[in-house]
Write a protein that binds this ligand. Structure first.
Ligand code: ATP
Ligand code: MG
Length: 412
């Protein structure tokens, strides 16, 4: 893509009311637009990042047999009444709306009830299980505070997966498979080694712990206690001697860390299926309860986390796997040569943002640093005299000269 055509521009300052670093950077670089507190629109550069994150998540969910579907945002109140989650006293962050006729509707904040409603049309026998369905969809939550940019939105993108199993054994097998897939997701997003499985409260209807996936970050809202040797953590909220004993953790080996929850997995037992009257018939013709699991990943929160923790004083520093483009090609008065290189890179399937604007070198470099594309390739009189183009990684101080004929191979 040619930067002269990109309708967004970099900005020197973020809006005054924007206090979070991730949103400040993303707004200044033209990745997101702040519509209001906790509500962000994705501009072309930002949408490319979001799509890259989605693609990785989908690939890993598909790899463990997840079937993608899309449920509805508008929700009938009846199914939520059956599980006692309609009343604002029970769930305090609903957005609700009404039909012209006055019928109340909910605006989807999670999808356990709707997914059971969907599945009840198809699931009746033990032979139908296990299976996993998931979607990537905007969720709406009337969050009290929305001051952390993409970390906590009132409208935000989530991947939510749900599994249906005939018994605990089947459930635990699929659950652990999904946990493994989660680690692959975080690894591919560049968050491997700083994202930990963290034991957390499972809810009143299960004796089991839930698992949170917590990425270490100074700005995190959560406090976790990490056993660095074991690579396992426990959320401060459930840090008791009894729980430590159950989990085989020793207080002496735990260090306190701040972290952001980038995903979680829950054992739902048969709370939702029972409440919505969904059962299956086993081999002996007997009616049995269905065991569910649910598994969330904060897609838009992840974009904020990646933006924030990999940034520096100059701007964003995207990992290659999610970067909006791989190469930022900058022409300094060498437009003809740059055009040729642009065409050649594109022909070879390398994604390029080509800064063909009529701007100073200083402005172009500052913008490139702010936007944070992994490789900067500069074509200038100086680089040509040195024998080619200058290739520099975003965090490197100095680049190296690469012959034009070697560039494609190098970038691949
Ligand atoms: P939190 O503890 O951060 O409030 P949660 O426990 O309510 O999140 P879920 O409802 O299970 O989270 O959502 C699944 C994932 O979606 C979370 O792990 C998180 O990454 C992300 N998420 C939750 N709420 C928000 C939000 N308001 N904005 C952006 N992402 C969110
Ligand atoms: Mg949580």
């Amino acid at each position: 893509m040619k930067q002269s055509q990109l309708f967004t521009k970099t900005q020197k300052d973020a809006p005054k009311d924007e206090v979070s670093l991730n949103a400040q950077l993303l707004i200044r670089a033209g990745f997101v637009h702040k519509e209001m507190a906790g509500v962000y629109a994705y501009m072309p550069l930002g949408l490319r990042v979001l799509e890259n994150i989605k693609k990785i998540v989908k690939e890993e969910m598909n790899a463990v047999g997840g079937q993608e579907l899309m449920m509805t945002t508008l929700q009938p109140k009846e199914i939520w009444e059956k599980t006692d989650r309609w009343d604002d006293k029970k769930v305090d962050n609903w957005f609700k709306t009404k039909l012209v006729s006055g019928t109340e509707l909910g605006v989807g904040l999670t999808h356990e009830e709707p997914v059971v409603d969907v599945v009840s049309n198809y699931l009746s026998s033990y032979k139908d299980m296990p299976f996993a369905v998931y979607q990537i969809q905007n969720k709406f939550r009337n969050e009290l505070r929305a001051k952390s940019g993409l970390f906590r939105g009132r409208e935000f993108l989530m991947k939510d997966m749900y599994t249906f199993s005939r018994d605990q054994k089947q459930h635990m097998e699929i659950y652990e498979k999904i946990v493994e897939a989660y680690f692959k997701v975080y690894e591919r997003l560049g968050l491997g080694g700083i994202t930990y499985r963290t034991y957390a409260d499972g809810g009143i209807f299960t004796p089991r712990f839930s698992d949170e996936f917590q990425t270490l970050a100074a700005v995190g809202e959560d406090i976790i206690y990490l056993d660095e040797k074991k690579g396992i953590a426990i959320n401060k909220e459930i840090l008791t001697d009894e729980n430590l004993q159950k989990l085989g953790l020793d207080r002496k080996n735990l260090v306190e860390k701040k972290a952001v929850e980038v995903g979680n997995t829950f054992h739902l037992e048969s709370k939702y299926t029972d409440a919505l009257d969904l059962y299956y018939v086993d081999e002996n013709g007997e009616k049995q309860s269905i065991i569910m699991g649910c598994y969330g990943i904060g897609i838009s929160r992840l974009m904020g986390v990646i933006a924030e923790i990999f940034s520096d004083a100059k701007g964003l520093v995207w990992p290659e796997s999610v970067a909006p483009f791989k190469v930022h090609l900058i022409s300094l008065g060498k437009d003809e040569e740059a055009e040729k290189i642009y065409a050649e890179l594109q022909k070879n399937g390398i994604e390029v943002l080509f800064d063909d604007r009529d701007e100073s070198a200083g402005k172009k470099f500052a913008d490139a640093d702010l936007i944070g594309i992994p490789y900067r390739v500069v074509v200038s009189e100086k680089s040509m005299q040195a024998g080619g183009v200058e290739v520099k990684k975003r965090k490197e101080e100095k680049g190296e000269i690469v012959k034009i004929e070697d560039l494609v191979r190098k970038m691949k």
